[in-house]
Design a binder for this molecule. Structure first.
Ligand code: ADP
Ligand code: MG
Length: 560
């Protein structure tokens, strides 16, 4: 039985195993290390499709394909797929099931355990949802690792364990995480984290897509879903192109009409000034929280696909005054870190001395009544960025004389406004001796590395109550979880052997939609030939038809 590390990304997911004394990226059935975090349902074949095939169907089957569900992790948002309600938990579970299957094929043995990386900003609910998704996919997950910690671990593994202070900036498809990591001896200590889980590469795509529409006289909201998806796709392609060259031209055929818009990096900087300004805030916050300055940083490590943008790298260099490190692969660093951590957990002899400390990425407190205004506000007991495990206490007073009980509501978050924070639950305590004077109560909170919070309450005579709040808490009942488990287990997911052909069909359908009349006829003819060959049982016929269709598509898309 093997244990693997998984970077379960908003856009892409990767997995790493330990082989021949080093972390190795697991390859999927397309021999690729990255699997798009996209899930779809293929009505024609009555199967779920996950990864590259689903990603290819985003444009042609927008109603049967879901992406970026990680953005909703920890929230109770529902998605419809195959006339069924799905959540970010069940959708992540399909992705994890696929990763497990690919890992098992790659390793030739069963994989039953994983370490999964999550954004530092994930709250307890999002963390427990991630663990639940894994469990439903048949993977035991005892520990999660913060994505920036994983990146730091990966950096240290390849650059050597020297004492230093690193600023890790992870800019992916949907989230931005900034963290300050200090390493000394064999200890990796996170000093502070900040971030924005509503900011990522997708935001650039949106701005570029809007620009394309504006320049073309199109109104985004008035377009068909397919056309919208097509414009987002060419916007993303242009963005990636701009990482290699100064300018590019976007072209698309919308309802039979050809449009073409050019864009360069200077224009991109102007259009995206709002995004750039949002990158700076968490950098400042991390330095402020850790009471340090950029001068004390030894190296800036950029990870995540969006950090490959030269405009982003230049912006970060400009605001920090330091050139970011270029040795770390932004695409794989987090997965490698998760894989290394999985091996640490597995007690590999060479790595056993590495100690990782973690911090609480959010504040924990209770609802109190402000004595001056009477407003209900949050009183923080454990502040964000405290090293874990951590214990803090604070003293409070009962509200009225002869009060018989107290109700302690526990919140996680940064807002003074109670309702803006996440309620973890409450604790009711009867006071044994109501007194005429207001009583003094001490609330002690202990929060550990596994997300377990113990709240202990004392009055002047000693202990009067306690309660454990587990991050495992979920809104779902055991019956609901069981139902989900059965459904995910029973779901027919397109197998590894069929994926290659399915991807080509999905691609042909997409290129068909993007093409004009003459090209359409030939794509359709080759596609039909390929589909017919699949029923022929002749490997030779299938291979020939496959190559013919693939060459045609490569030609049209300029891939050869
Ligand atoms: P996540 O962590 O959200 O899964 P990734 O780190 O894989 O995301 O990054 C995905 C994002 O990176 C996407 O928005 C993608 O468009 C963007 N991206 C990938 N490669 C490049 C590139 N060469 N230039 C610019 N953006 C890129
Ligand atoms: Mg990522």
């Amino acid at each position: 039985m093997a244990i693997i590390g998984i970077d379960l990304g908003t856009t892409n997911s990767l997995a790493v195993c330990w082989k021949n004394d080093k972390p190795v990226l697991i390859r999927n059935s397309f021999n690729e290390t990255s699997t798009p975090s996209v899930v779809g349902y293929d009505k024609e074949n009555e199967t779920y499709v996950v990864g590259a095939v689903a990603n290819e169907r985003l444009i042609t089957h927008p109603n049967d394909t879901i992406s970026e569900f990680k953005r909703c992790m920890g929230q109770n948002m529902e998605f419809m797929l195959n006339n069924r309600k799905e959540t970010s938990v069940s959708l992540s579970s399909y992705v994890l099931k696929k990763i497990k299957e690919d890992a098992e094929a790659f390793l030739g043995e069963e994989v039953d355990e994983a370490i999964i990386s999550v954004p530092a900003y994930f709250n307890d609910k999002a963390r427990s949802d991630t663990k639940l998704a894994a469990e439903l996919a048949g993977l035991r997950v005892d520990r999660l690792i913060n994505e920036p910690s994983a990146a730091a671990l990966s950096y240290l593994y390849s650059n050597g364990f020297e004492d230093q202070t690193l600023l890790i900036i992870d800019f992916g498809g949907g989230t931005l995480d900034v963290s300050l990591v200090e390493t000394f001896d064999n200890i990796i200590e996170i000093l502070a984290v900040a971030g924005n889980n509503e900011l990522g590469g997708k935001d650039f795509n949106e701005v570029i897509a809007e620009y394309f529409c504006k320049q073309s006289g199109l109104v985004m909201d008035a377009l068909r879903l397919q056309d919208k998806a097509l414009i987002y796709k060419i916007a993303e392609k242009a963005k990636i192109h701009l990482s290699k060259s100064m300018s590019t031209i976007m072209t698309a055929t919308i309802e039979g009409k050809d449009y073409s818009v050019s864009i360069d990096n200077n224009k991109l900087i102007k259009l995206c000034s709002n995004i750039f300004s949002k990158i700076k805030a968490p950098i400042d916050k991390v330095l402020r929280d850790a009471r340090t300055t950029i001068d004390d940083i030894d190296d800036i490590v950029l990870v995540g696909g969006s950090s490959k943008m030269p405009t982003v790298r230049a912006f970060i260099k400009e605001v920090t005054g330091k050139a970011p490190n270029t040795n770390v692969n932004p695409d794989t660093a987090i997965a490698l870190g998760a894989g290394i951590f999985a091996e640490i957990k597995n007690r590999n002899m060479d790595l056993k001395d590495i100690i990782m400390t973690d911090i609480c990425p959010f504040s924990l407190g209770v609802a109190t009544c402000d004595s001056m205004t009477g407003d209900i506000i949050t009183e923080f007991i454990i502040n964000r960025n405290s090293s874990l495990p951590c214990t803090r206490q604070k003293t409070f007073y009962t509200m009225s004389p002869m009060q018989e009980s107290i109700r302690i509501q526990i919140y996680q978050g940064e807002s003074i406004v109670v309702s803006k924070n996440l309620c973890l639950g409450e604790l009711m305590i009867d006071l044994a001796h109501p007194t005429k004077e207001k009583q003094m109560i001490t609330i002690k909170m202990s929060y550990d590395i596994n997300g377990i919070l113990i709240v202990d309450v004392e009055d002047k005579d000693g202990h009067i109550g306690d309660k454990v709040f587990m991050s495992k808490d979920t809104d779902l009942s055991p019956e609901e979880i069981n139902k989900m488990r059965e459904r995910i287990k029973a779901a027919s997911i397109l197998g590894r052997e069929e994926e290659k052909n399915a991807l080509l069909i999905a691609r042909a359908e997409r290129v068909f939609e993007e093409s004009l009349e003459q090209e359409r006829q030939i794509i359709l003819a080759f596609l039909m030939q390929f589909k017919a060959s699949l029923t022929s049982n002749s490997l030779k016929a299938i291979n020939e038809a496959y190559t013919k269709l693939k060459d045609l598509l490569d030609n049209i898309e300029g891939r050869n």
